[in-house]
Design a protein around this ligand. Structure first.
Ligand SMILES: [Zn+2]
Length: 60
């Protein structure tokens, strides 16, 4: 479950590619850019500066 309401998710877009975002428990993911945007206290931080590359997460 995400902290964000569904209607908010519908209007949010990736700041880099303007593509759709996928809700995760504490972040929003862009599969096109392969990055995550953190959600801090229910507020999505949609800044390319703060984007976290998915490739940084090593597979278990
Ligand atoms: Zn993107």
């Amino acid at each position: 479950m995400t902290e964000l309401p569904d209607d908010l998710l519908e209007i949010l877009a990736c700041p880099r590619c303007h593509g759709p975002l996928v809700a995760e428990p504490a972040s929003l993911r862009c599969d096109r850019c392969r990055v995550r945007y953190p959600v801090a206290g229910g507020i999505p931080v949609l800044l390319t500066r703060d984007a976290i590359p998915l490739d940084d997460v090593a597979p278990a």
